[in-house]
Write a protein that binds this ligand. Structure first.
Ligand SMILES: [Zn+2]
Length: 191
């Protein structure tokens, strides 16, 4: 398959950050690492690119370095390359640092988008043992709404949750998650 990978955010848009945890946390957790979402997304995207390419897919990366690309251009990128599917990678944030888990978003009414989301989500939960936040319909996300092919947006975990923030900073964990995403893609293709 032709697969477009969109590493969320980048450049001036760092996405979810966990900046002043010491001052701003809600008192449940505290840790000392600073993580930018755009950086985690890019690392995961590069790993996923490698795995999917090894599995025989043709992969397009909307960005392969720390640059800002507008949502419109990300979407054009997927559409212009005639991708069969789109995988957008993100990490989550919440005011409550106890919030945790993985979720996969798709556009409402896209049967194949839902099927892809289901397969990817199932594999990630099985591989990681993370909290299963399920698949969710979202009609207000540009890259899901404007792409012409089945698209999913994966929220790999919460950077505001110290446990998940640490995991998402580990290369081995990103590998494990991206292997799972790739397995989910293959499940989708077989279905
Ligand atoms: Zn994001």
């Amino acid at each position: 398959m032709k697969i477009a990978i969109l590493a969320g955010h980048g450049g001036s848009d760092s996405g979810a950050v966990d900046p002043i945890e010491k001052e701003q946390n809600d008192g449940i957790y505290q840790d000392d690492i600073y993580t930018e979402e755009s950086d985690v997304n890019l690392k995961a995207a590069k790993i996923l690119e490698k795995i999917l390419t090894n599995n025989g897919h043709e992969v397009f990366m909307a960005r392969d370095r720390d640059v800002y690309i507008s949502l419109q251009n990300r979407t054009h990128f997927a559409n212009d390359n005639n991708a069969d599917i789109v995988i957008s990678l993100h990490a989550n944030a919440a005011a409550n640092s106890a919030a945790e888990g993985i979720e996969t978003l798709h556009y409402p009414g896209s049967e194949n988008g839902q099927k892809l989301a289901n397969n990817v989500q199932k594999r990630m939960i099985k591989a990681s043992n993370a909290t299963d936040r399920g698949i969710k319909e979202r009609d207000n996300l540009y890259v899901l709404r404007k792409t012409l092919m089945p698209a999913v947006l994966v929220e790999m975990g919460f950077l505001t949750n110290p446990k998940e923030e640490h995991l998402l900073n580990e290369r081995e964990y990103l590998y494990l998650l991206m292997e799972a995403v790739a397995a989910g893609v293959d499940d989708y293709e077989r279905e």
